[in-house]
Write a protein that binds this ligand. Structure first.
Ligand SMILES: NC(=O)c1ccc[n+]([C@@H]2O[C@H](COP(=O)([O-])OP(=O)(O)OC[C@H]3O[C@@H](n4cnc5c(N)ncnc54)[C@H](O)[C@@H]3O)[C@@H](O)[C@H]2O)c1
Length: 428
């Protein structure tokens, strides 16, 4: 018997499973990706910030197993779903992974099991969509025969102080009994549980958190462009503003949004709001500003090359940092790909350097770059480019060397702040 099964062993599911296992729970990890399952059973990590030794220890102790066999659900008193929730081609929510997973669970669902959805999604997914699928496939009734809840994941990838156990967990249940069951489950691994009135309230909480980030990032992105026109450096202004001990929280501009959450989740609400005749103007405007940022950066690059008497066409450009965020190996939705696409479309010769992304893996969004490898980090290679474009500033990249070895550096992250070298620096 397992205390819980976790479905989807990615950036969310694997650390969560490890946390439960470390707290003495018996965890069955389930995934459709056989390579991930094999890797876990071999005690090997496939996520940079998770050490293999943590996985090996839990597998050897018999607290964590991984499988592609969904009938393991029959042996689990709880099932936690951590599958992807991307956007479709027309930026509409794609909850097909949740639906498929729900259908798989329903086949094996036992009376009295607790099912919790963790994937970020619009309010109503758990009590409308998932409940219906589980009921239809199992013949059981949600809230009566089995318990159902929603609890959003809160991850801060790349932050070494962010520990699953210490991040408060919001939980909403279909019924008070569902909430009680879910609270009991999470209390076994997480220090503080924050109960809310319903699954919808928990779903809406997650969206508020991510929309808040998207809107505030858009605000500083807009101010970056406005202040730049006035000859003011927005990064200096943010450093000064953040000394205010109340009523201000720093957000930083960049070359565009990235990752699996901030560029995507707000549009789950936009889509659902239409059903209620509501518009989401803040979300749309923030999306518009954030998606215009790569264009701004490319414009600055082209203008800087022009000053050197070079067109972007046929220039050799090195993109530095391809992961969407500093110090992580996650390149999903990275603005780096938009920048590479735009430079290539303009006829530039492009390459990238990222110690966290040695080779570009195949993916739905940027399969045309799959197989391309990071260039090596040495003076001969780096100095062979007409310009370097800093897209993501990893702590283990030597930006001083970049300035020493390059002619022109376009810095969209303020990574060269306080440094100087041979290169002309253009903030973007
Ligand atoms: N990554 C983050 O920082 C983060 C933070 C908060 C919330 N979330 C949300 O959590 C959810 C999962 O995100 P993630 O980053 O872990 O994604 P991920 O792509 O890293 O992992 C998802 C896993 O689910 C597996 N999977 C897909 N379909 C499946 C199926 N039918 N059955 C079983 N497994 C299946 C995939 O193989 C993969 O291993 C998303 O809704 C995301 O928005 C992510």
């Amino acid at each position: 018997m397992y205390d819980l099964a976790i479905i989807g062993l990615g950036y969310v599911g694997l650390p969560l499973g490890l946390q439960f296992a470390q707290n003495g729970c018996k965890v069955a990890g389930l995934d459709v990706d056989a390579a991930k399952v094999q890797s876990i059973m071999a005690g090997k990590s496939y996520i940079h910030h998770i050490e293999s030794s943590r996985i090996a220890e839990e597998v050897q102790a018999g607290r964590l197993t991984a499988s592609t066999d969904f009938s393991e659900i029959k042996k689990s008193s709880a099932v936690v779903i951590c599958v992807p929730t991307p956007l479709g081609k027309n930026r509409e929510p794609d909850i097909s992974y949740i639906i498929k997973t729900g259908e798989m669970i329903a086949k094996h669902l036992q009376r009295g099991t607790l099912v919790v959805l963790e994937s970020t999604t619009y309010p109503g997914t758990t009590d409308e969509d998932l409940a219906g699928i589980l009921e239809a496939g199992s013949g059981l009734k949600a809230g009566t025969d089995f318990h159902l809840a929603f609890s959003p994941e809160r991850e801060d990838p790349g932050n070494p102080d962010s520990k699953v156990a210490r991040i408060p967990k919001v939980v909403g249940g279909l019924t008070p009994a569902c909430l009680k069951r879910a609270t009991e489950l999470y209390s076994r691994a997480i220090e503080r549980i924050v109960p809310v009135s319903s699954c919808r309230a928990a779903e809406a909480t997650k969206l508020l958190e991510n929309i808040f980030r998207s809107v505030n990032i858009a605000l500083v992105n807009e101010l970056k462009v406005v202040y730049e026109a006035m000859g003011i450096d927005v990064w200096e202004i943010i450093e000064a503003a953040k000394t205010k001990p109340f009523g201000y929280m720093p957000f930083y501009p960049g070359p565009g949004l990235g990752g699996h959450c901030i560029p995507i989740d707000p549009f789950y609400l936009t889509w659902k709001a239409r059903e209620y005749g509501q518009s989401t103007r803040f979300i749309e405007l923030a999306g518009e500003i954030n998606t215009s940022m790569p264009r701004h950066v490319i414009h600055k690059l082209a203008a800087a090359l022009n000053e050197d008497g070079k067109p972007l066409k046929a220039s050799r450009i090195l993109l530095v940092g391809l992961a969407y965020k500093s110090n992580v190996d996650d390149d999903r939705e990275s603005p780096g790909y938009v920048l590479l696409d735009m430079m290539k479309a303009a006829g530039a010769e492009v390459a990238y350097f990222d110690p966290y992304v040695p080779v570009i893996r195949p993916s739905r969004e940027h399969s045309h770059w799959a197989g391309i490898k990071s260039v090596s980090w040495d003076q001969k290679t780096v100095s062979s480019f007409d310009a370097a474009l800093i897209c993501t500033a990893h702590a283990n990249v030597n930006h001083q060397q970049l300035l020493d070895w390059s002619r022109l550096v376009i810095d969209s992250r303020n990574a060269t702040n306080g440094l100087s070298g041979n290169a002309r620096i253009v903030k973007a």
